[in-house]
Design a protein around this ligand. Structure first.
Ligand code: PAF
Length: 285
């Protein structure tokens, strides 16, 4: 495994691989890697000749009052996770390498980005789409692997790729969960004491709604209310939203079916948590 820190070096390396007929799998991350990230690299490893993982805490996707400076970082441990998951190349640029001057260009998917996470974090998805577009331009033709935990992010990136005809195949991969159902996230380390147990309320709420759907409930408002009441019953959690949405455009689904998605977000202490499940899902956790 090699670590590359400049755009020019990565381009030369990957162009050479593609020139030799090798396929490239790309896993973009912000580091502080957990098994969710490792599962993306394992998926990329199975399907590609070369696996590239980027580790870059992207300032553009943090609002001024968010946790950019505190965002957890541990490059040494990340490199070990990447190595064990089978990555070949790590792209770990500095912020100056990525943004040598203030960006004049912004990539936006505004209709999809204004909902749900976007309502609470209005500048977030433009920051994500801009850095991902830039990373795609640097990495070039590849298959790119994203976790379904950030379902809205995945839909926005897929839409951007289709709209702008990027030579990228976007692959969504299943959420990895802790044994008690909490979706893996780098931010879970912020959870202190009782907050860690309280955080499982998102998973409980999703499963309650899936259970009700399997018992015949098809009214999206009823399922959303069911999830909301689960979260409200947890004193350490503050609900942001709980909804059933169409999986393609993330608009609210009224009469639901198994193609729809449950999405939920809540703050536990100062930690924002998000989670989701397909209504067709049969897995209890
Ligand atoms: O999901 C993430 O970790 C980030 O949003 C991404 C896609 C790496 C862009 O910075």
């Amino acid at each position: 495994m090699i670590t590359v820190t400049t755009i020019a070096e990565l381009r030369v390396l990957l162009d050479a691989h593609r020139g030799n007929g090798h396929s490239v799998g790309f896993v973009p991350t912000m580091g502080y890697l957990h098994d969710g990230h490792a599962s993306l690299m394992r998926a990329a490893r199975v399907e590609n000749d070369v696996v590239v993982t980027s580790i870059f805490v992207n300032p553009l996707q943090f609002a001024e009052d968010e946790d950019l400076s505190d965002y957890p970082r541990d490059l040494e441990r990340d490199l070990q996770v990447c190595d064990e998951a089978g990555a070949d190349v790590i792209f770990a640029p500095t912020a100056d390498e990525m943004y040598s001057r203030p960006m004049s260009t912004v990539v936006e998917v505004p209709e999809m980005a204004k909902r749900w996470e976007g309502a609470s974090r209005p500048t977030h998805f433009a920051g994500v789409a801009t850095v991902v577009a830039k990373l795609f331009s640097i990495v070039g033709t590849c298959s790119a692997y994203f976790g379904e935990k950030d379902f809205q992010q995945l839909r926005i990136i897929t839409t951007m790729v289709e709209d702008l005809s990027f030579p990228i195949r976007v692959v969504g991969c299943p959420i990895r969960r802790e044994d008690d159902g909490l979706a893996m996230s780098s931010r879970n380390i912020y959870l202190e004491g009782d907050q860690r147990a309280a955080a499982t309320v998102l998973n409980r709420a999703l499963r309650a709604a899936i259970g009700a759907f399997h018992n015949g409930e098809t009214d999206g408002a009823v399922l959303s209310q069911l999830m909301a009441s689960e979260v409200t019953a947890e004193p350490l959690a503050a609900l942001d939203y709980a909804a059933v949405v169409r999986s393609d455009d993330l608009t609210t689904a009224r009469t639901v079916d198994d193609t729809n998605r449950l999405i939920i977000a809540a703050d536990v202490g100062a930690t924002r948590l998000i989670d989701n499940m397909g209504l067709g899902s049969t897995t209890p956790l």
